[in-house]
Design a protein around this ligand. Structure first.
Ligand SMILES: Cc1cc2nc3c(=O)[nH]c(=O)nc-3n(C[C@H](O)[C@H](O)[C@H](O)COP(=O)(O)OP(=O)(O)OC[C@H]3O[C@@H](n4cnc5c(N)ncnc54)[C@H](O)[C@@H]3O)c2cc1C
Length: 475
């Protein structure tokens, strides 16, 4: 018996509402076959499925966790207001497809005001100091861009000017850990320079996780159904899950580069070492969010104020205060420091956040904390990290990941050459892989135009984001 879309949706809703049930609780069995099977219901997987549905082909998405969204996950339960545990901003409003999709899904979109503040100890940086920092960022960006044009790829850290003075650590944090989840010594200058400038921060009031869930509402999918093995050839593929097997003529695999490299899914035959190595070289950085409910605005900040500090250590963070006008404040930790901290668990993360706020704003903040929650993306078994970034020398790995593997096509943010680490990059990659899969099964002719998936030209970053603050949170 084939499971209808309605059955799947009912089953999915039941699972989402009752995660305590644990294993699958389907109202009907998993379909035995599809034209194309999609692994993962994050942004890339939902985009792929929608594209396949638009071509009138039968698709089924299998998702390991109990919800749609992957690294876009909105928590509305903990604080009573939407808290994006993963992605929260959409950038580049002129080209970002997610903004239009959010509007058409009836969600509310607004540009975040992003007040600009840098703390130097207990005070705000003066205008002249902020100017100095901006100038340091411009020089650092330029040096990375220049280095990226060299013969051999190098780390961003090795390209940095040596005379950034008091702003060296802050520039490293803003360009490295905060932007990519990795310290600059672990980031390829070519990868960083090829990344499209992220020039604005657009928020979705209901959350980006809510957006992806809405966009996936009509997609045939099966939650809590991890793919454990895929037997593949040039002609067809069989996906094994705890709920049964699905046979398809092609597959789109959207799991993160870390999940792919970890071997969570077994392949028969093995997938080529070339692609596995590429995934490993595009390992995910660490980026986590420690959310504190701080009623009464003890920090004296405005809605969506972003605070970074002048720091000469990696033990630093970024604060987004009074999120969307609520009393919720998020302290983001990233890079090697963030990774070590999240390894220590939620209590240590909250303790750091409180200590950091106390250092910058005084002890009133600590006593005002009411409720807390922290993400730990590195420990999430079906993500294993935050966003991909190429190790020095590994920028070409992104293209390698887009090469077909028999009738299987990889998608996900790591496969996007300029929008890696973003939701729109993941979305575009899903559409692109779906089109490749549709072509493979003869459902799309080579001459047919692909769905619009503009790959913006690389723009030289003469200055940091024009419309955002110097430390604009890209994540
Ligand atoms: C803290 C944080 C902040 C971020 N901030 C931003 C931001 O502000 N703006 C932005 O644009 N981007 C941001 N990003 C990055 C963005 O979230 C990702 O680039 C994007 O969501 C990735 O989508 P994806 O579909 O490629 O992968 P994923 O979202 O990881 O989707 C893959 C899916 O596959 C599933 N899966 C894994 N293994 C299996 C299996 N064996 N079987 C079935 N399913 C499986 C996973 O559960 C997951 O749902 C942020 C990320 C994090 C973690």
């Amino acid at each position: 018996m084939t499971m209808t879309r309605r059955d799947l949706l009912i089953a999915s809703a039941a699972l989402a509402a009752a995660p305590a049930l644990g294993a699958r609780a389907f109202a009907a069995p998993l379909p035995r076959e599809a034209d194309i099977v999609v692994i993962g219901a994050g942004a890339a997987g939902i985009a792929a499925a929608r594209r396949i549905m638009a071509a009138n082909r039968k698709v089924i998405v299998v998702e390991a966790t109990g919800q749609i969204g992957g690294r876009c996950l909105t928590d509305t339960a903990t604080f009573g207001v939407p808290f994006d545990r993963g992605a929260r901003w959409m950038h580049n409003p002129d080209t970002n497809p997610m903004i239009k999709l959010a509007r058409s899904a009836g969600l509310d979109i607004s540009a975040a005001p992003l007040g600009q503040k840098i703390r130097i100890g207990r005070r705000n940086a003066r205008a002249g100091e902020t100017e100095e920092f901006l100038a340091a960022l411009v020089r650092a960006n330029r040096a990375i861009d220049d280095a990226s044009r060299g013969k051999a790829d190098v780390s961003c850290a090795s390209a940095l000017p040596k005379d950034l003075g008091d702003w060296a650590g802050t520039a490293e944090f803003v360009l490295g850990a905060n932007a990519t989840g990795k310290d600059l010594k672990d980031v390829s200058a070519m990868d960083k320079a090829r990344a499209q400038e992220r020039n604005a921060a657009i928020a979705c009031r209901q959350g980006l996780g809510t957006l992806i869930a809405k966009l996936g509402a009509d997609v045939p999918l099966s939650l809590s159904t991890p793919a454990s093995r895929m037997a593949w050839s040039g002609r067809d593929v069989t996906v094994e899950t705890p709920a049964g097997k699905i046979a398809a003529r092609a597959a789109v695999i959207t799991v993160s580069s870390n999940v792919l490299a970890a071997g969570t899914i077994k392949f028969t035959p093995d997938i080529p070492k070339r692609q596995l190595d590429a995934a490993a070289k595009l390992g995910l950085g660490s980026y986590d969010r420690i959310a504190l409910a701080l009623p009464g605005n003890p920090l004296g900040l405005s809605r969506d104020d972003v605070i970074i500090e002048q720091s000469n250590s990696t033990r630093t963070a970024l604060l987004l205060a009074n999120m969307a006008g609520s009393s919720l404040c998020a302290i983001d930790v990233a890079g090697s420091f963030g990774r070590d901290l999240s390894d220590q668990g939620e209590a240590a993360m909250v303790a750091f956040a409180v200590e950091w706020l106390t250092k910058l704003f005084g002890s009133d903040a600590a006593s005002a904390v009411k409720k807390t929650s922290a993400t730990r993306w590195n420990a999430a078994p079906f993500a294993l990290g935050a966003m991909s970034v190429a190790a020095p020398g590994a920028q070409p790995s992104r293209k390698i990941l887009t090469e077909p593997i028999g009738c299987m096509f990889l998608a996900g943010e790591a496969t996007h050459e300029t929008l890696w680490g973003t939701v729109d990059g993941a979305w575009e990659s899903g559409e692109r892989a779906a089109e490749a899969a549709l072509r493979r099964i003869g459902a799309l002719r080579d001459t047919e135009p692909a769905a619009p998936a503009p790959v913006p030209k690389r723009r030289r970053r003469a200055a940091p984001a024009r419309t955002a603050m110097p430390g604009a949170p890209i994540n």
